[in-house]
Design a protein. Structure first.
Length: 232
């Protein structure tokens, strides 16, 4: 059985975790939430789990007194878990860390292309809040050619405010044993598609360099689920 850490959710003064610093003290940060059916929508901010909790298994998470979003990576739910040693965490990054390149899975290393934050450029559609997601290399999470259909490659691109560069954090309906979320694409949503970021080839392809693509949200605990993690 895969161990997935359970992290309590705490609303901190109703403030979104966008740019700037916020105290954690071992608790998750949520910028506001609404219950839609069985799914909790995380608006503009995401919960944070310490990387030590994912690496070490059920031991208590190491708490940091303060962070900025530049410390946060997106770890895939299907990261290989070990029964005898440290787990291998697989992060969302950009191929080679280069501009205008495909988004890929890679072992978490804390490089600039793997550290992400939501900026203040957001828009609302239906029950969701969609924001640009930018890494420390200044690349926005986007789709190839601005497309929104299934199998479209996800890219790191120059930030330009186009519809494909906005994303909503949508929490798992089942919880997946922790604060996992899907990344719903705004351009897909306004074109009546429920497409989120997943791994090309699915759970059989959780390897360095696996491309990230859009795919219809399967609303289950799989490679479409991510957790924001302190990468130090």
């Amino acid at each position: 059985m895969k161990f997935r850490p359970h992290i309590s959710r705490t609303l901190i003064g109703g403030k979104a975790l966008i740019g700037g610093k916020a105290l954690i003290g071992g608790k998750a940060l949520i910028g506001g939430k609404a219950l839609i059916g069985r799914r909790v929508l995380i608006l503009a901010a995401v919960p944070v789990v310490a990387v030590s909790a994912l690496l070490a298994g059920p031991a208590s998470a190491h708490a940091k007194p303060a962070i900025t979003l530049s410390d946060i990576g997106f770890v895939n739910y299907d990261s290989p878990l070990s029964t005898s040693g440290p787990n291998t965490l697989m992060c969302m990054g950009i191929s080679g860390g280069k501009p205008l390149s495909p988004a890929v899975l890679w072992a978490c290393n804390g490089h600039a292309d793997q550290l992400w934050q939501s900026n203040a450029d957001c828009k609302n559609a239906g029950p969701y809040t969609f924001c640009e997601i930018v890494n420390n290399a200044g690349q926005c999470l986007a789709t190839q050619g601005g497309a929104y259909t299934e199998t479209t490659d996800v890219y790191g691109w120059n930030c330009k405010g186009s519809p494909d560069q906005f994303w909503a954090y949508v929490a798992s309906a089942t919880g997946c044993g922790g604060n996992y979320f899907a990344l719903l694409n705004y351009n897909a949503y306004i074109n009546h598609k429920n497409n989120v970021v997943g791994v090309q080839g699915g759970e059989t392809n959780i390897t360095n360099g696996a491309h990230l693509i859009l795919w219809n949200d399967q609303e289950t605990c799989n490679n479409q689920m991510w957790v924001s993690t302190l990468i130090s």
